[in-house]
Design a protein around this ligand. Structure first.
Ligand code: AHG
Ligand code: MN
Ligand code: MN
Length: 372
């Protein structure tokens, strides 16, 4: 009762943030996402404010998506549309809704000149006076793991941010959109789970912000996230086993062997939402694998808005990401919906999987270079 009165009479949101922190840690003041980004910006004398604006816009859109997800069972936002995306997957209503929210936020924010989205066949070049001044381009999976929407299992949003190559003032072009992962300036994800979190990196470590719905703010809850060098979780859709390369099969066998010294057998955890599987492994230590198969030699996940952001975050947290042979961030994309096998997570686990791939499946992905 007293606490309610305190909120009702409280002077500003900042006070509320401090109070909410005190329940967790009486000595630390919790930073809001906006405060955190602003501090980053003020420490960079060349910053124009556009990047701050961009991350803020992504944050706002994610709150709207979060609200819609939370009431999905009550509203008419569950279920499928009659459309399929360019990858031939049926679009869910929430896929479409999330796509619209992020596109609108970016279109009118003035910092983003173009977007590649899983739900759009072509790259969206905004080409309006404001957006042409934008210094950034964004690749986004608006709703990741959408097959889990109906069953209340964690889903997410994944994004990657590049600085454009072409000069601001004109519409963005292909050289801005198809950039190698090493050019990234930031990447992150939002996980809509038991709590909603935004986790992102600007190339100086990884920070996680938990959404406090009572005040409508993301608060820094997981500063400087690092992934353990080793773990005991492996995450892979083993139902595809017969289609896997021998290297993957042998690595799975290795995970299942009994060896006390290396804490094996490991344990399997597979949610089916990259964001959720990645997030758990980031915190606990583990490896996530979506390999190429004999049916889909380049795997399922998309390079620009799934593999590259996950790889960037993994590396920033001290982990590793590869396609089984080479670093994901070194792959030069040739098309916007390009796929790539993904091995991501704890450094030593990824290295061990690569060892099996190198030894047993070196030529597995050699031919389907133009596969989509
Ligand atoms: P999306 O919902 O954006 O299409 O992504 C689904 C992806 C990824 O999130 C997940 O890890 C993977 O598909 C699961 O695929 P399988 O069902 O083939 O295991
Ligand atoms: Mn996805
Ligand atoms: Mn998606």
């Amino acid at each position: 009762m007293k606490w309610c009165c305190l909120i009702a009479n409280s002077v500003n949101i900042h006070d509320i943030c401090i109070k909410s922190t005190k329940t967790q840690n009486s000595t630390t003041q919790m930073k809001t996402l906006i405060q955190f980004i602003n501090e980053m910006q003020t420490s960079n004398p060349f910053a124009t404010g556009q990047f701050t604006r961009l991350l803020n816009d992504i944050g706002i859109a994610s709150k709207i998506v979060n609200r819609e997800i939370n009431k999905a069972g009550l509203s008419h936002t569950m279920g499928e549309t009659e459309n399929t995306n360019v990858q031939g997957e049926t679009q869910k209503k929430l896929d479409v809704f999330a796509n619209e929210q992020f596109l609108n936020a970016l279109r009118f924010g003035g910092a983003c000149a173009a977007v590649v989205s899983e739900e759009e066949d072509e790259a969206i070049i905004f080409d309006n006076e404001l957006s042409n001044q934008g210094r950034y381009v964004v690749a986004i999976d608006p709703l990741d793991g959408s097959s889990n929407i109906e069953v209340n299992v964690s889903i997410g949003t994944v994004f990657a941010i590049y600085k454009r190559n072409s000069e601001p003032g004109k519409p963005a072009d292909e050289t801005d959109i198809l950039q190698v992962g090493t050019n990234l300036v930031a990447a992150g994800y939002v996980i809509y789970g038991s709590s909603t979190m935004m986790v992102f990196s600007t190339g100086q470590g990884v920070n996680g912000f938990t959404y406090d719905p009572s005040v409508g703010l993301f608060l820094l809850s997981h500063p400087n996230m690092t992934i353990p060098d080793n773990g005991n979780i492996y995450s892979i859709n083993e139902a595809n086993y017969i289609y896997f390369a021998d290297g993957v099969k042998e690595y799975i066998k290795y995970c299942q062997e009994d060896d006390k010294k290396t804490n094996r057998p490991y344990t399997t955890r597979y949610i089916g939402s990259l964001v959720a599987d990645f997030h758990r492994n980031l915190i606990r230590g583990g490896i996530y694998i979506y390999p190429g198969t004999t049916k889909q030699p380049m795997g399922k996940l998309r390079l620009l808005y799934e593999c590259i952001p996950a790889a960037f975050l993994a590396e920033q947290a001290g982990g590793k990401a590869s396609d089984g042979f080479k670093r994901i961030l070194d792959i030069h994309p040739y098309t916007i919906h390009q796929r790539s096998p993904l091995f991501v997570g704890s450094k030593k686990m990824v290295e061990k999987a690569e060892y099996f791939m190198e030894r047993l499946s070196k030529n597995f992905c050699e031919f389907p270079i133009k596969e989509n």
